[in-house]
Design a protein around this ligand. Structure first.
Ligand code: GLN
Length: 494
């Protein structure tokens, strides 16, 4: 069983040995026969119609590399005329009147949207167990235990790992692309803050949110990012920088590359198998001519506490728009306006979302603002400065993506802090706005995927993808598929 990459599908379409309609129908039937709960909704007619249009574009020679390739979209992105739930009951019946810029960009590249993937409610979570639409099963689950796919982009990760889609979009506020990529043996890229427009992407924490690709390979991630990224006047935080071809540096040699290893990422709490796999990866890079040195990120232990003030503070403000007046659910049987707000929000939001709103409102309230919110912002600056100093000594920072491999479903739901600790290595990157990737680095003794975390200086996605791609030329961890999938998939998209 080999995995199906975007690059392969692109070549198939180019040769004319498959049509977009065939590929799309093939994936749609895999989705229908899957029991992972990776999708919240699928609009078969809309996808097939897009595929027809893509086939016509290919016939007229008016196409991009990705024209006709079906991709799954996280249900945080608005698509006009399509149910967009963000994993929440409050948006269960919300049909978006417009399309997110990232999706629009992909559609103008001819990409076919394959359905909306499951996710933690409003992207709050690390296991996809906070979805109103039920939890998602990691296709790497073992006979004896059901594992979580990670979160919040757990549906996207499970879908790509199980080959229900060749690639998917995700969003990353504190690790939600990279952590599920690590748990499901994928390549996941969080671009620099501002690279991809946030217009039409439902906001969780606006100073941290960023969209990105989830794929099998770094090459595919570069192709996807080419289609997703770009300046957008409709998002004031979108970066007005020239368009880049993220595939342009993929083949560069790593001779002389300086890799920084922060000792803070290898301390207590790191699974010993993952530590060994990361050490092995470092040796591979040395063989390719990279120079490894220790760097310091002395304030990383402050990232989690500062994130869990800043993200809820921003969320409490962003989520105030869901009040039963204009969007989604409105509770029945209320007595006055305040009662309507209260009933709608208490019926519409799940427990984790309520917890964040309460923490956020508290941290922002007068009298506590300085003690919590301002303090957290100051810590954020220290964390960001740590990265700047480290990048004076190295070109890229390397470590594990997560402290543990995928864990058993239900094992952390009663202890939010143990859940939050999963993002200990990914969160500092969001606070600093940097680009980072998680790529497959091998398997623990119990056969679970481990993620290698690469962090680059601001706007150096091309470099980041170059490093990831070169590693994937000398390893084949990213080509491994879960056994359950390898046995069942025989469809046409080979
Ligand atoms: N797991 C983190 C949280 O719950 C990050 C989520 C994300 O990146 N969207 O906030």
């Amino acid at each position: 069983m080999t995995i199906t990459t975007l690059a392969k599908l692109s070549a198939l379409l180019e040769k004319g040995s498959a049509s977009s309609v065939e590929l799309t129908q093939d994936y749609l039937s895999k989705i229908e026969n899957s029991d992972l709960n990776a999708f919240i909704s699928v609009d078969v007619d809309a996808s097939v119609e897009q595929a027809r249009k893509a086939d016509r574009s290919r016939q007229t020679g008016n196409h991009s590399k990705l024209t006709g390739i079906p991709v799954a979209q996280k249900d945080i992105f608005c698509i006009e005329g399509t149910q967009t739930t963000c994993g929440s009951k409050i948006l269960e019946n919300f049909v978006s009147p417009y399309t997110a810029t990232v999706i629009d960009n992909m559609h103008s590249h001819g990409i076919v949207s394959l359905g909306k993937t499951n996710m933690d409610e409003f992207a709050m979570g690390s296991s996809n167990e906070n979805s109103y639409f039920g939890s998602v099963k990691n296709p790497w689950s073992q006979e004896t235990q059901t594992l979580v796919p990670g979160g919040s982009s757990g549906g996207s990760a499970a879908a790509v790992a199980a080959q229900l889609a060749p690639a998917a979009t995700g969003t990353d506020t504190g690790g939600s692309i990279r952590q599920p990529a690590a748990f499901c043996n994928l390549t996941g890229v969080k671009p620099s803050y501002g690279r991809c427009s946030r217009y039409g992407m439902i906001a969780f924490a606006s100073s941290l949110d960023q969209a990105g690709p989830m794929t099998h390979t770094a090459e595919d991630a570069a192709l996807m990012l080419n289609a997703m990224a770009g300046f957008d006047a409709k998002d004031s935080t979108s970066l007005d920088v020239p368009r880049e071809d993220f595939t342009s540096l993929l083949d560069n040699s790593l001779e002389g590359l300086k890799i920084g290893l922060p000792k803070e990422f290898f301390g207590e709490g790191l699974d010993s198998d993952i530590a060994t796999l990361i050490e092995n990866a470092v040796k591979e890079f040395e063989k390719m001519g990279a120079i490894v040195k220790e760097v310091a990120l002395p304030n990383s232990h402050l990232a989690l506490p500062s994130y869990y003030v800043i993200a809820p503070a921003e969320a409490s403000s962003n989520l105030s728009r869901f009040d039963g007046v204009r969007y989604g659910l409105r509770a029945e049987g209320y007595t006055d306006l305040n009662d309507m707000y209260e009933k709608t929000r208490s019926e519409g939001f799940g427990d984790e979302v309520k917890r964040r709103i309460m923490i956020g409102a508290y941290a922002l309230s007068s009298g506590y603002y300085d003690a919590y919110y301002s303090k957290a912002q100051k810590l954020r600056r220290l964390i960001s400065n740590d990265f700047s100093s480290a990048f004076e000594q190295c070109d890229v920072i390397l470590g594990p993506t997560t402290p543990s491999p995928a864990f058993e479903a239900g094992s952390r739901t009663s202890d939010p802090v143990s859940m939050y600790l999963n993002d200990i290595y990914t969160i500092p990157v969001n606070l600093a706005g940097l680009p980072a990737a998680s790529i497959p680095a091998g398997f623990t003794q119990s056969g679970l995927p481990a993620g290698l975390h690469l962090i680059a200086p601001y706007l150096q996605e091309s470099k980041l993808l170059n490093i990831a791609h070169q590693y994937q030329q000398v390893t084949d961890w990213h080509l491994e598929a879960p056994k359950s999938i390898a046995e069942t998939i025989t469809g046409g998209a080979k």
